[in-house]
Design a protein around this ligand. Structure first.
Ligand code: C2O
Length: 569
């Protein structure tokens, strides 16, 4: 094993797309940011130098950070944010995991441009994948191009109803592609050179703030072999459905007749009438090179046939078809259950003054928030990171509000007859804001059912848990019904993920083992739900021994809170 070191200088640079000069915050001048490539078991040290005007942290999405919650990178939960002109070093190991993960800024919206891929290769001598060794490995990072001047400062509330805030293009590896042009200038697209007969491993990441994507390559199939750095049984498909936060590894064999083929990433959008937004796909080209008799690069590339952009059933099937590969790294699903949570995901309203608003209140008095069990997460301004306070004495954070096992009352579930049809403001449940948390005994086996509600009739929810992987036991449409649906659970080979897609108007059931002491974010990876409070803290208590307890923090974590305008605790 080795220590892999990187320096990430976060700064603002100008990028020109669609004839518009835009100031974007990026790492080392690149979009996407630098890839981190390591071998399982390596230690990683990343020195973050903040030359941007924003307070920020970097989160290592999907890295389990076992007994190392301190490096998880969530502001005021695990650390103080890195202020402009400050430096901060993250140190963590990547052991017991292999595959594709990623890293991103963990402050609202900034991750649209502050992100990159994190690749963990198996340790054994020559690479030992549970599939034929690919000729080449290719990151495919899907993103969105926003031309907002100050993406780091987007107002968290309501703004996503404003059409101007919609992204302007989709991207593959930072390139917009030839579907976009202005004043006669065609945007450059991503180009992948392949050799006939060779196999490529695509490491696909959805780093977008907003959209689920469908990915297709004309004339080619994918063999999906992993998701979220866990191997899956090889699954052959002509389409990949990927939600924000997810990663999939897929083999592509260059077995078509040598030529040029479009690779298209298209947002999978919620149905009308909510979304009249433009369809903004991006395309790159798969180009056969090294072809005997010369390549035919003059040919018009072949286009894949894309589904309707409102078709969410293909995504439902794609996710439902994945099973875990039998592999020494994968633990069996525990059969015991210690805790059950039923979490409804919704939108709600609070009054600007802070109390809850009645239905029908004047819309300018109402702030739209995103909720779990009808409570929207909001952390008061605190004097030091919660993890630090918790480490000193768990009772220091007794004031957090307990996430209830079940919603306060059964309301607006996805019974189609209950879907309100009035103006948006009238569909919103009055709700409240709180610092929402749930404590788990070390080693507890926890079942969670996530239920989308009719408040989210138009949206799916990619739910992400820090510090743990979750077994995906089952998904369904409509309302979850325990009597009926428990029988559908896959307890044999459920896939393991860090980000699970809760289908629009449906539910998903997961199981995880709370075996990593610390305070972990659990949230929707759809940026606007995240910014609007669809978050809870999962607190895993210490176990009985040193290797089941949170160790002391790295020395540089201890600094005194010195801000007067904060809640002392
Ligand atoms: Cu990828 Cu809490 O995030």
């Amino acid at each position: 094993t080795a220590v892999v070191e990187h320096t990430f200088v976060v700064s603002q640079v100008n990028m020109v797309h669609l004839c518009k000069d835009t100031l974007v915050t990026v790492v080392n001048g690149q979009l996407p940011g630098p890839a981190i490539e390591v071998t399982e078991g390596d230690s990683v040290a990343v020195h973050v130098v903040n030359k941007s005007p924003y307070n920020l942290t970097i989160h290592w999405h999907g890295v389990k950070q076992r007994l190392n919650c301190w490096a998880d990178g969530v502001p005021m939960i695990t650390q103080r944010p890195v202020l402009p002109n400050q430096k901060f070093t993250y140190r963590f190991d990547v052991s017991g995991q292999e595959g594709t993960l990623w890293w991103h800024a963990h402050v609202p919206c900034l991750r649209a441009t502050v992100h990159g891929i994190l690749i963990i290769r198996p340790r054994h001598g020559a690479i030992s994948y549970p599939f034929p060794k690919p000729h080449q490995e290719i990151p495919i990072i899907i993103g969105e191009w926003w031309d907002l001047k100050d993406l780091g400062q987007v107002d968290r509330h309501l703004r996503y109803y404003v059409a101007d805030d919609y992204f302007k293009a989709s991207t593959i590896n930072g390139k917009l592609g030839d579907l976009y042009n202005c004043s006669g200038v065609v945007e450059e697209g991503y180009k992948l050179d392949v050799e006939p007969g060779k196999t490529y491993l695509l490491r696909v990441l959805n780093a977008a703030l907003f959209s689920e994507y469908y990915l297709k390559i004309a004339g080619h199939k994918f063999i999906v072999v992993a998701g979220d750095a866990n191997y899956v049984s090889p699954y052959t498909t002509d389409i990949i459905a990927i939600a924000p936060g997810q990663t999939f590894d897929a083999l592509v064999v260059a077995d078509a007749s040598p030529g040029r083929y479009y690779m298209v990433a298209m947002p999978n959008q919620p149905p009308k009438p909510d979304y009249q937004s433009p369809v903004l796909p991006t395309r790159g080209i798969l180009h056969y090179s090294n072809v005997a008799g010369g390549s035919r690069s003059g040919d018009v590339p072949m286009s894949p046939e894309m589904p309707d952009n409102h078709n969410d059933m293909l995504s439902f099937y794609f996710h439902g078809n994945l099973t875990s590969l039998h592999h020494p790294r994968h633990l069996p699903v525990p059969k015991r259950i210690d805790e059950r949570l039923f979490i409804t995901l919704g939108l709600g309203s609070v009054c600007r003054q802070g109390q809850s608003c009645e239905r029908g209140a004047e819309s300018d008095e109402v702030i739209v928030v995103a909720t779990m069990n009808n409570i929207s997460y909001e952390l008061p301004t605190v004097s030091r990171p919660l993890l630090e306070a918790h480490y000193q004495n768990p009772s220091n954070i007794d004031w957090l509000q307990e996430l209830p096992d079940v919603p306060p009352r059964v309301f607006n579930f996805t019974d189609n007859s209950l879907i309100p049809t009035g103006p948006k403001e009238e569909q919103l449940e009055p709700t409240s804001k709180a610092a929402l948390a749930r404590r788990f005994r070390y080693g507890a086996v926890v079942d969670v059912v996530f239920q989308s509600t009719s408040m989210l009739q138009s949206e799916s929810n990619p739910m992400h848990l820090h510090g743990h992987d979750m077994f995906v036991l089952a998904q369904g449409s409509g309302n979850y019904d325990m009597q009926r649906d428990v029988a559908k659970y896959n307890l044999v080979n459920p896939p393991l993920v860090n980000t699970v897609l809760v289908p629009r108007l449906g539910w998903v059931a997961v199981r995880f083992i709370a075996d990593n002491p610390g305070i972990w974010y659990m949230h929707c990876h759809y940026e606007f739900h995240l910014s609007m409070g669809m978050i809870a803290l999962f607190i895993v208590e210490d176990g009985p021994t040193a290797n089941t307890s949170l160790p002391s923090p790295p020395v540089d974590f201890w600094t005194d809170g010195n801000d007067n305008n904060v809640m002392a605790y």
